[in-house]
Design a protein around this ligand. Structure first.
Ligand code: GLC
Length: 552
């Protein structure tokens, strides 16, 4: 049982949960328009029960112009017709609950959509007005104000400021958007913004959700002087102790917001969770988001980014556990999500390759077989770690990135805003395959798919893997079943070896061994093999890039 520094057990369903991320537009399409929707998800909930996860996290489904695939929210209290209705959301929550699945929804508080009624009101109001003070409007620099107020760049490329046009047609003030032009940043110095989001939280808590994944949790508060920052903009900007902190990320003021939200969640019955999406380094700095009176969990992106070597994995696992233990929070683990190259492809790139922002035709292609082999080993290692594990839809099928998506099909604003230098995140967002021989591989009733699915999706389809011994899907099912049965999520990690090529640890009665090196490694003598990410050698040794779970 994990404990706080003062010895209290860390409680809450999320502390040991496996949580499955659904990206609604690419999960299951009920009406054949090529975009997944909420009724599609509801119809497929039994898949998640069969898989053996505890909860789902739904990426945004709110009304939105879809400038950033729904992370540009125009109305926080409704459902986009593309995805269904509010009644469909209620049904999904109820159906999930009746199957024992918890539901986490996405909350996007750093910015609204430019189509949000607040931003529209701000555009037609005067500089200095109450309407404009909900966002970050500034006069431009230079004699005619035609230079942006500072040098900040958008995470997606290009300037982080856009100039407005006044009602009389003259060029006006500029507004800040750390992401797309269609995502104006809110001004969290304004009490009205605080009140609004407390109310949005109540709206979804009252509808029965079990928690919130908080988008860009490290970005809400900006340094008051909006000082220039010469560095190129990245969502992961690294806050090493000896480097100055970027003026747009990880400012002290964000923590007060989460303390307030925590109080609100605590006032509700049941166990409701706040999960921070905060690209903050190092782990000690990230741990500040999950202090006892703030959020409950934060995504562990340092783990996702760690190289596939024994020393790197040992270091990141050890550091993660220490950092969260220091504040009494549960550790989390994640290998894939809708913003990064899927791990079945990422791990097929040569060790040491910089994290690519998308892969396209003409780019060096990952080694697919090696990537899948390592992904299976990485997943089996991850699912044995104490804490909670986040899984991204399709990874249970061993789905790779779509690495040859035609550039003209790309929809991530990153591609255009970076001047076609960063391919962006479409390759991990392609609708997932359910049935090898059905239209759109069973994604929906028609051939339509908002991003084209590659022909190789057939071999990854769920119906080609279900009940097939050795398939990736069956590996996930076995691992999730054993993880539950052995209480691994609430266990304790004890390192048995941490060499340059092999890692071995114990969690309860399970011993876990991963061989990263070229030399086959014997399984501990007399041990019973419970799971293996790939077949062992005939002499029973563990091959390269394989993880085994044994009971010694
Ligand atoms: C988060 C989301 C990402 C989105 C960005 C802006 O990082 O995960 O998909 O583009 O925030 O909302």
């Amino acid at each position: 049982m994990q404990q706080t520094p003062s010895g209290h057990p860390v409680t809450g369903w999320w502390t040991e949960a496996s949580i499955y991320q659904i990206y609604p537009r690419s999960f299951a399409d009920s009406d054949g328009d090529g975009v997944g929707d909420l009724p599609g998800i509801t119809a497929r909930l039994d898949h998640l029960v069969e898989l053996g996860v505890d909860a789902v996290w739904l990426s945004p489904f709110y009304p939105s112009p879809q400038a950033d695939a729904g992370y540009d929210v125009a109305d926080y209290r409704d459902v986009d017709p593309l995805f269904g209705t509010l009644a469909d959301a209620d049904k999904l929550i109820a159906e999930a609950r009746s199957r024992g699945l918890r539901v986490i929804v996405d909350l996007v508080p750093n910015h609204t959509s430019s189509a949000h009624r607040w931003f529209q009101a701000a555009l037609s109001a005067a500089p200095g007005s109450a309407e404009r003070s909900r966002y970050i409007f500034r006069d431009g620099l230079g004699p005619t104000g035609d230079q942006p107020p500072n040098d900040w760049q958008s995470v997606f490329g290009g300037p982080a400021w856009t100039r407005t046009v006044d009602p009389d047609g003259q060029p006006g003030q500029w507004y800040l958007h750390l992401f797309d032009t269609g995502q104006p940043d809110l001004n969290w110095d304004n009490p009205e913004v605080h009140a609004e989001f407390l109310d949005v939280l109540r709206f979804w808590l009252d509808r029965g959700v079990d928690g919130f994944r908080v988008d860009v949790a490290h970005g809400l508060v900006k340094q008051a002087d909006l000082a220039d920052w010469q560095e190129p903009q990245e969502i992961l900007s690294g806050n090493e102790v000896d480097k100055p902190r970027p003026p747009m990320w990880d400012q002290e003021g964000v923590h007060e917001i989460y303390r307030q939200w925590r109080q609100l969640l605590d006032s509700y019955p049941g166990e409701r969770v706040l999960v921070a999406e905060a690209w903050v380094e190092p782990a000690e700095r990230l741990a500040r988001y999950v202090r006892p009176d703030e959020m409950h969990q934060a995504f562990n992106f340092e783990y996702l980014l760690a190289a596939w070597t024994a020393p790197a994995q040992y270091a990141v696992i050890t550091r993660s556990l220490e950092a969260t233990d220091s504040v009494g929070a549960p550790t989390t683990w994640v290998l894939s999500n809708h913003d990064v190259v899927r791990h079945a492809s990422r791990l097929g790139l040569p060790v040491g390759t910089a994290r690519p922002n998308g892969i396209g035709i003409g780019d060096p292609q990952p080694d697919a077989a090696l990537g899948l082999r390592r992904a299976r080993a990485a997943t089996l290692l991850m699912l044995a770690l104490p804490g909670s594990a986040y899984l991204y839809q399709g990874e249970e099928l061993g789905l790779p990135e779509h690495t040859t998506l035609p550039d003209e099909a790309r929809q991530d604003p990153t591609w255009a805003r970076s001047g076609h230098t960063q391919r962006g995140r479409d390759g991990c967002r392609v609708p997932i395959p359910w049935e090898a021989d059905a239209p759109s591989y069973g994604f929906g009733p028609s051939d339509a798919s908002w991003l084209p699915q590659p022909p190789l999706w057939a071999e990854y389809a769920l119906d080609r893997q279900r009940d097939v011994p050795g398939s990736t899907y069956e590996l996930y099912r076995t691992a999730l079943r054993l993880r539950r049965a052995h209480g691994l999520g609430r266990g304790t990690l004890e390192w048995l070896s941490s060499g340059d090529e092999v890692l071995t640890f114990r969690n309860g009665e399970l011993t876990v061994l991963t061989n990263f090196g070229a030399t086959p490694v014997p399984v501990p003598a007399g041990a019973e093999l419970l799971a293996s990410s790939a077949p062992l050698h005939d002499d029973g040794t563990v091959p390269t890039d394989v993880t085994v779970w044994v009971r010694a």
